[in-house]
Design a protein around this ligand. Structure first.
Ligand code: ATP
Ligand code: PRP
Length: 214
């Protein structure tokens, strides 16, 4: 039987590159896919159901099995630590997580403070460094925090580096490189293995052809 696959797609930055990959792998996605406000899109020709989710929520849907598969940034995977398998590095939406702050400043020795959208990743990083820090969770515009004196450092995504430069901040440490991953619910992986393996193989071929040759 050709089981239906439910795929949690991240809205926002990753969406377009992820849709391009699926199309390049030969899956026929309708034009409405790209500019609809619908949150659930059925693609009957392929027997796919897409759920359009907030990027940070994708692993949650997949862990709970309401989506068989999902596409999520490695940053989200590290932060959320959900019980899902990572099947494939899609090599899209590349960026990295870094520690940044005002230039020529030291971490406050008594009570260093870190602003971030990634409290778990930041806490783990500073714990490994042997630094005891207070994490302040923000939901965006993280670069504001050191400028207005809320924290000594931030832990945030860097892509082009433009946001840091334009706000007079510098990078202190690079924590981890990030790309988007194809993730799967463990039970779906067992039950729908044939369809999922086929999807992975087709995506893998496309990903390989797009990688710069060494
Ligand atoms: N410059 C970037 N800034 C943020 N995320 C990036 C960047 N480049 C690639 N990414 C990847 O894209 C994902 C975030 O996408 P997006 O910015 O659409 O979501 P978000 O920050 O969660 O959005 P929202 O503003 O809706 O909370 C990250 O999880 C990361 O893997
Ligand atoms: O290195 P760059 O190419 O400048 O990209 C990095 C910036 O992009 C993201 O913010 P986003 O645009 O998602 O806005 P946000 O502050 O609302 O999270 C991220 O949090 C950085 O601020």
């Amino acid at each position: 039987m050709n089981d239906m696959l439910t795929i949690a797609m991240p809205k926002g930055r990753i969406f377009e590159e992820a849709a391009d990959l699926l199309r390049d792998a030969g899956f026929r996605l309708p034009a409405e896919f790209d500019d609809s406000r619908k949150l659930i899109i059925d693609v009957e020709e392929e027997n796919f159901r897409f759920i359009l989710a907030k990027p940070m929520d994708v692993p949650t849907y997949v862990e709970h099995g309401v989506a068989d598969l999902g596409i999520a940034g490695k940053d989200v995977m590290l932060e959320e630590e959900r019980d899902v398998y990572e099947l494939l590095d899609l090599h899209i939406s590349a960026c990295y997580l870094a520690v940044a702050g005002l230039p020529n400043t030291e971490l406050n020795e008594i009570a260093p403070r870190i602003a971030t959208k990634y409290p778990n990743v930041a806490a783990a990083y500073f714990r490994e460094q042997g630094s005891q820090v207070e994490i302040i969770k923000l939901n965006g515009s993280i670069e504001l925090a050191p400028i207005i004196g809320l924290t000594d450092r931030i832990v945030d995504i860097v892509s082009t580096g433009k946001t840091l430069v334009e706000n007079g901040l510098v990078e202190y440490e690079r924590i981890v490189d990030i790309t988007s991953r194809l993730i799967v619910n463990p039970a779906s992986y067992r039950l729908k293995d044939r369809r999922i393996s086929e999807l992975v193989e087709r995506l893998q071929l496309v990903v390989k052809t797009k990688l710069p040759s060494k």
